[in-house]
Design a protein around this ligand. Structure first.
Ligand code: SAM
Length: 270
């Protein structure tokens, strides 16, 4: 486990993933009934963009660094205000964003395998009564916790994809998860290092049988050797999610170097 998200926090891929996360959570808040969020690969929850790791890659400059002051739909402004609230020169990760959006009846389980990251995550989530950090394997723990008793909620699967068989493991986990919790909303992130591998992963996820599958891919002109393209698979997205993301990406993409985005229904609602 060499991957450390501190090198990548706030990059273009994080920005798109986190805006989608906020959009889904705002939708879940529309009903009073409780929801659960399970974040299987949570990271440490808060990143210092002036750290050696962040400065070494400079990735945040081509992501959140290009978005300050951007005005737009409520979701985008809500996301940007959460980034601002996290403090100067810092960037909030998915578990902190989710924790801040819980109501008293909702709950978050954030799982992180790396012991140091998990310890930091526990500290970051400690002020949030309804958020729990767990140290362990996100794939196994996710499956063990499905379906959530609330029968309503979001599963975020955001692995590092560093192991050679991680696409297979992630695909298999999605299939197992959807079998147990077919009505859940799933937000699944993947890197596009090879178009063929990305397509194969999308195909694997489709075999889960999820009724509605939306695919978003965002590409930038990245420096040589850096990730230039990343995707999201959203299973059972809320009604109107595609149009909302379209509008947001139309605002974000032009700010990113060479930024372009593609949204496509792989199954359901076209
Ligand atoms: C891409 S980062 C997560 C970023 C986070 N979701 C966010 O958006 O802020 C992936 C994280 O997964 C952790 N990780 C790696 N293998 C894992 C596993 N099997 N189970 C849980 N976490 C794992 C890594 O240590 C890393 O912190």
């Amino acid at each position: 486990m060499n991957y450390r998200h501190a090198y990548h926090a706030g990059n273009f891929a994080d920005v798109v993933k986190h805006v989608a996360l906020v959009q889904i959570l705002l939708h879940l808040q529309k009903k009073d009934t409780p929801f659960a969020v399970i974040d299987s690969h949570a990271g440490r929850g808060l990143y210092d963009l002036s750290s050696d790791e962040a400065q070494r890659t400079g990735e945040a400059e081509n992501g959140i660094g290009k978005l300050h002051g951007l005005k737009g739909p409520e979701v985008l402004e809500r996301y940007l205000s959460m980034v601002e609230e996290s403090g100067p020169g810092t960037y909030p990760g998915s578990p902190l964003i989710a924790a801040k959006m819980l109501r008293p009846q909702d709950r978050l389980t954030a799982i992180e395998k790396h012991p140091e990251e998990a310890a930091l995550l526990k500290e970051i989530l400690s002020p949030f009564r309804k958020a729990r950090a767990e140290e362990g394997d996100g794939y196994a723990r996710l499956i063990a916790q499905l379906p959530p008793p609330e029968r309503r909620g979001l599963v975020l699967i955001d692995p590092p994809f560093e192991a050679p068989d991680e696409f297979e493991t992630a695909g298999e986990t999605v299939r197992g998860a959807v079998r147990r919790f077919a009505t859940g909303i799933y937000l699944i992130w993947y890197p596009v290092k090879s178009a063929a591998a990305a397509r194969a992963f999308c195909g694997e996820v489709l075999t889960s049988g999820a009724g509605k599958v939306l695919n978003i891919e965002v590409t930038i002109d990245a420096p040589q050797g850096k990730l230039a393209s990343a995707g999201l698979l959203v299973l059972n997205p809320p009604y109107g999610f595609d149009a909302a993301m379209h509008e947001i990406l139309d605002r974000i993409a032009p700010r990113l170097p060479g930024g372009r985005a593609r949204l496509e229904w792989l199954r359901g609602e076209a």
